[in-house]
Ligand binder design. Structure first.
Ligand code: RRO
Length: 308
């Protein structure tokens, strides 16, 4: 079964990879992703300075998913710029995720990281967890300004990681914006921001930052992720490749993302909960699912969701 995929002209040996944030902050974690069966190495979103992130506990897994408020812990962009040539030796694409605490942080990071030669750069417009900083992706004008600015600096394929949108009017608004910015691929979706998980036994929140509010991931967000993949796939008539992220715990979840239009699939919660062995399991499960349905590859069924 052919589980390879191509995004913006870059060939991935497998369509499964880590979601930015999951096991990809340190050199050790990134090297372990390189040695694993993952189809790519995706870095943690990077900022200008090294960051410890928010106080713990800041991640909590529960049967239906996870909530996190990590607060952008990362090594700082200069450390990732130095690491990228080493990571490229694993023979699979390296995706550098670029963030910032304000719009003006992004350009310097993008310039230096572009020089370091990752295969793709992903602009994170959707971190929900920095106290007092709204997600850029919910401000269409700021998103357009920033994407146009970065497009001039980035020479490798440029993707954007978007937050979930919950109304067709917002899919259209952001779709139109993205169509004007020369974006090469979309990553849909980041965590569903500012949810609240309550432990009724202890009568407390489960994570410390922001009074317990944090980004939701895992099974509970799958329908939201699928809706966003589908909405943007339709908006662009399949012409902008999509990485589907959100709620993938098994091979059938991945198949659903592909049916909605995803060219590749990223995993966050299940990677954190299960570890690197999950990549092999998901590949076996997706291959079995495609085989049973008579598909020969991921490309074979992409976007083929039937409507009633
Ligand atoms: O570090 C985080 O708190 C974080 C980020 Br940057 C993001 O984009 N999405 C998320 O769920 N957490």
């Amino acid at each position: 079964m052919d589980l390879s995929t191509t995004i913006a002209g870059i060939k991935f040996p497998s369509c499964f990879m880590n979601a930015s944030g999951a096991l990809c902050v340190t050199r050790e974690e990134l090297v372990a992703l390189g040695r694993s069966q993952a189809g790519a190495i995706v870095t943690k979103s990077m900022t200008v300075e090294t960051r410890q992130g928010n106080p713990a506990p800041r991640y909590y897994g529960f049967p239906g998913g996870s909530i996190n408020s990590m607060g952008l812990p990362n090594l700082g962009y200069l450390a990732y710029a130095e690491l990228i040539p080493e990571l490229k030796k694993f023979g699979k694409p390296v995706i550098a995720s670029v963030a910032g605490l304000c719009e003006d942080d992004f350009p310097a990071i993008a310039r230096t990281i572009d020089d370091a030669g990752p295969d793709l750069i992903e602009v994170n417009l959707s971190c929900p967890n920095i106290p007092g900083k709204p997600q850029i992706g919910y401000d269409a004008e700021a998103s357009e300004r920033l994407m146009k600015r970065l497009r001039k600096l980035i020479t490798v394929p440029m993707g954007v990681k978007l937050p979930p949108y919950f109304d067709p009017a917002h899919h259209k608004l952001m779709g139109d914006v993205i169509g004007r910015c020369g974006v090469d691929y979309l990553n849909l979706i980041n965590s569903v921001g500012n949810g609240l998980v309550v432990d009724s036994r202890t009568e407390t929140v489960v994570i410390k930052p922001k009074g317990g509010f944090g980004g939701l991931g895992g099974t509970i967000i799958k329908p939201v992720a699928l809706a966003n993949v589908r909405a943007f796939w339709k908006h662009f008539d399949g012409r902008i490749p999509i990485i589907g992220t959100g709620g993938v715990m098994n091979g059938v979840d991945a198949f659903e993302h592909v049916l909605c239009g995803a060219s590749a699939v990223q995993i966050g919660t299940v990677l954190v909960e299960e570890g690197l062995g999950v990549f092999n399991r998901l590949e076996v499960e997706l291959a079995a699912c495609l085989d049973k349905k008579g598909y020969k590859s991921v490309a074979d069924c992409r976007g083929r969701l039937k409507e009633l």
